[in-house]
Design a protein around this ligand. Structure first.
Ligand code: SAM
Length: 292
């Protein structure tokens, strides 16, 4: 077996040899702990038949561990300066492919069609660039890609919001947006010391397992998300107050909003953070005929 990339000594040597300087604006915090990397990969439950998609391979620390434990890894990297480094570090792993692209602009479905046509199980596994964690996760979910799930490192504070339950202060429209598509769990808390350079915030790993059907069936998805956002717009306000101030002509339509709340069997004096996804589904379906 080849020597691991992600040891402090080897990482430092690679970076120095290539004269690489970190770009904070690209969220470059590289992992230098193989034990953590292996635990991340464990949480993805991959087999030799699994295709792995990585976002931001850096110098290949995670890519290497994925390559050893999956059929093939395809990784999107935005920073051109990393390409020659990756070519060198990943040369022992012919089952890896780097795509030089901003993942937010990439046609991921086309890449899956091209690269994974003989693969039936696909997982996204990554140590995400922290400045774009939410847009990346939402893109992967909204594009309805044929993936089993997502295991990613991100800011602990965002992980807490993503996997929050109703009634907690972390629970909000992000929790609902993600739990609508997936079962969300925080599976690891990770100390700053395993990165170089060390990030300013604490980190965590979440596992998102795609649901076969969304968590709730609604008349109109976009409207459902609009209602959840409106319900959380001012967290200290009641549901009724948020809806009347956020919906078009809401104040004039207060009585119809009240009737819709009654139809959905939801007390308008509750706060948005107490509603389950099912309750938001009922509420948005009751409001839809009025505001669509
Ligand atoms: N996977 C490596 C590791 O764990 O050591 C590096 C992780 S580092 C937190 C994030 C990586 O994402 C960097 O290599 C960065 O250049 C890359 N990146 C940042 N923005 C990106 C984007 N929009 N699309 C693709 N890669 C991006």
């Amino acid at each position: 077996m080849h020597k691991d990339i992600a040891t402090p000594v080897r990482t430092k040597a690679i970076l120095e040899r290539h004269g690489f300087s970190f770009k904070k604006s690209l969220g470059q915090n590289f992992l230098i702990d193989t034990n953590i990397l292996n635990r991340i990969v464990d949480h993805a439950n991959m087999t030799e038949e699994t295709g792995a998609i990585e976002i931001g391979p850096g110098i290949g620390a995670l890519t290497e561990q994925l390559a050893r434990r999956s059929k093939k890894v395809v990784a999107f990297e935005i920073d051109q300066r990393l390409l020659p480094i990756l070519e060198e570090t990943l040369s022992p792993y012919p089952n890896t492919k780097i795509i030089h692209q901003d993942v937010l602009k990439a046609d991921v479905q086309a890449v899956i069609d091209d690269e994974f046509n003989d693969v039936s199980d696909i997982m996204v596994v990554a140590n995400l660039p922290y400045y774009v964690t939410t847009p990346i996760i939402m893109k992967l979910l909204e594009e309805n890609l044929p993936i089993r799930g997502i295991v990613v490192m991100l800011q602990k504070e965002v992980a807490d919001r993503i996997s929050a339950s109703p009634g907690t202060k972390e629970y909000g429209s992000l929790s609902i947006a993600i739990q609508y598509y997936t079962k969300a769990e925080t599976v690891m808390i990770v100390p700053k010391t395993v990165f170089v350079p060390q990030p300013n915030v604490d980190s965590a790993v979440i596992r998102l397992t795609r649901r076969k059907e969304p968590a709730v069936t609604v008349k109109d998805e976009n409207f459902f998300f609009k209602i959840t956002k409106a319900s959380f717009s001012q967290r200290r306000k009641t549901l009724l107050n948020n809806l009347t101030s956020m919906l078009p002509d809401g104040k004039e339509k207060k009585s119809v909003i009240l009737a819709a709340l009654e139809e959905a069997e939801i007390d308008g004096t509750r706060r948005g953070e107490t509603l389950s996804i099912e309750e938001f589904g009922r509420l948005s379906d009751a409001l839809y005929p009025i505001f669509k």
